[in-house]
Design a protein around this ligand. Sequence first.
Ligand code: SAM
Length: 319
Amino acid sequence: MIDRFHRNVTYLRISVTDRCQMSCTYCTLQEEPKETLTADEIGELVKVAGERLGFRKIRLTGGEPLLRRDLGQVVRNIVATKEIVEVAMTTNGLLLADAAEELAQSGLRSVNVSLDSLDPLRFRELTGAGSVSQVMEGLRAAKVAGIPRRKLNVVLLGGVNDHEICDFVRLGQEEDLEIRFIEHMPMDDARLTSWRVDPAQIRQQLVDEFGELQPIAQDKNGGPAELSLVGGVRVGFIRAITSPFCDRCNRLRVTADGKIRSCLLSGGVLDLVGALRAPVEEEERAQLLMGLLRTSADAKPPVYELQREGAIPMRQLGG
Ligand code: SAM
């Protein structure tokens, strides 16, 4: 689906719940958590998006997606649409060790595990739950289960974990992981300047330790990460603040309360659950869903407004 600014929208991120065991310093939820869409409704939405509008990639996120007991069924309902070529998940990894096998067999092909510190105490301070070793167990189980793409998401927080960068790359070497360093996006004014990191200084740390970074070329649909090989590890930088990638943003988002958002921070919110539950025939419902997805894609702003008043946490948006 091509939007008003000629971006090919092919990627749907679905927040399957906004429940989470963690209460990360930069990502907490003030409201009652929600988990609105059923596995069948998600399957129906993806069928329309994939068969009729050209969507090709689905990411399950949250909240913590692994808190949903029916997540394997959600994945199976998605892969039933053969136009979907990639089903991925973003998770905190705490429950991954037990779930990896079923998810791999259901068709999950890519997992991003969030881990902001390798130091057990700092990890606990940042997240309020779980442990580094639980996350590592989850990552290893994903490898054993045969999930081919495994990435680590590290949100860089100046003065908190920015001295651990080289340790993360070494972990990538040892565990065969892609490492993605993500700029913290301040979702409220108070966080605008705290935790800022200097990209040049980050780069220099890596060069000093591993030698010159070797950029990996990507096509224009290649996603938000600027990729390089560092010490043999694929390392991505996602710089939403210092180098926004809105011009190649190809995604829409479904929130845990059953709405479609065209952008993290602006671009409108549409009621999806109403359309999914409308008492109409299948074809009419498909038309309603197509209308919503098209309207949302057309509302995608050219560039996000970061400090929009009332911005809500990633956990609710499906970060
Ligand atoms: N619970 C899952 C997890 O921990 O990966 C999925 C949801 S979490 C909201 C998805 C990702 O968003 C995590 O990697 C988290 O670190 C990141 N995130 C949350 N708030 C953020 C912010 N303000 N800026 C940048 N990344 C953020």
